[in-house]
Write a protein that binds this ligand. Sequence first.
Ligand code: HEM
Ligand SMILES: *[C@@H]1O[C@H](CO)[C@@H](O)[C@H](O)[C@H]1NC(C)=O
Ligand SMILES: *[C@@H]1O[C@H](CO)[C@@H](O)[C@H](O)[C@H]1NC(C)=O
Ligand SMILES: *[C@@H]1O[C@H](CO)[C@@H](O)[C@H](O)[C@H]1NC(C)=O
Length: 281
Amino acid sequence: MKTAFIFACVVALAVVGGCQGGDLRRSFYSTSCPSAEAIVKNITQKLVASNPGLPADLLRLHFHDCFVRGCDASVLIRSTANSKAEKDAPPNLSLEGFEVIDEIKTELEKKCAGTVSCADTLALAARDAVSFQRKGLTVHDLVVLSGAHTIGDGHCNLFSNRLYNFTGKGDQDPSLDSTYAAFLKTKCRSLSDTTTKVDMDPGSANNFDASYFVNLKHKKGLFQSDAALLTDRTSNKIVGELQKSADFFKEFAQSMKRMGAIGVLTGYSGEIRKKCGVINS
Ligand code: HEM
Ligand SMILES: *[C@@H]1O[C@H](CO)[C@@H](O)[C@H](O)[C@H]1NC(C)=O
Ligand SMILES: *[C@@H]1O[C@H](CO)[C@@H](O)[C@H](O)[C@H]1NC(C)=O
Ligand SMILES: *[C@@H]1O[C@H](CO)[C@@H](O)[C@H](O)[C@H]1NC(C)=O
């Protein structure tokens, strides 16, 4: 299996002028399946046009895939009667976007059977959807990658303790801007709300830009994991350096490239699954 890290490389090519990494490279399928990238792009763009939340879904899916067991698209495998799949593990926190990968993969199998891996399909789709183009990652990478929270939304119950019961005394998280907290309370009415979703980056929730870091600096990060980036001196400094979109894009491209290379299988390791949700029989 060959993962694309392709990603970032598109941007990184312009920025650092190169893209090497063993069997991980852009245009990997140029001879074995020349239309692969175009197929992924066509379908992804078509679906994004009717579902603006899709880029966030795909980006998050790719992140979860890479962090659980390396970027092998194992996150896509469905549970069977006697084996519980990664996608059903507790931290899956409502991952979405699976159907999109299935649709693209079906098309790829029609054109080039058994050639394009599921990990690459996922990586390419995540790249095309955002149209920018601990595991070996530094603190710097993690701060930069958290900028992915510039798109998408979060469920109330994943942060409402910050609004209503931060230390168990019915209090609010003091590290949360009070105006923003008041706004969030109008959306999430109680601790028991598990269904309402709120934009993670209010005002530009569908725009991939640096506003996450601008908001974060004003104590308007939605999750505790966001706010935590300000308490550590090193990461706080990095947040300050990512206030401009141009700087963020450059750094994001490089960190995504490193994330996309975590534990990938290349050459003869792994297999090219026919359907991304099922191991080949
Ligand atoms: C550093 C640790 C991280 C934590 C603790 C974290 C936590 C979360 C949580 C709790 C949600 C909301 C889920 C929900 O309410 O359903 C979320 C959403 C999201 N996360 Fe993260 N995240 C982290 C890093 C990342 C990274 C590295 C990326 C991508 C590079 C990423 C991309 C996203 C995206 C795009 C969404 C929105 C999903 C959607 O709207 O469908 N996150 N994250
Ligand atoms: C992608 O879509 C364009 C325009 O709809 C079409 O001309 C092209 O043939 C498509 N490419 C592939 C590989 O499907
Ligand atoms: C995530 O996990 C929950 C609980 O284990 C499960 O009900 C749900 O179907 C999973 N979501 C996906 C998209 O697999
Ligand atoms: C707040 O947290 C405390 C301690 O965990 C708990 O006893 C209390 O019931 C919580 N309050 C609400 C409204 O859930």
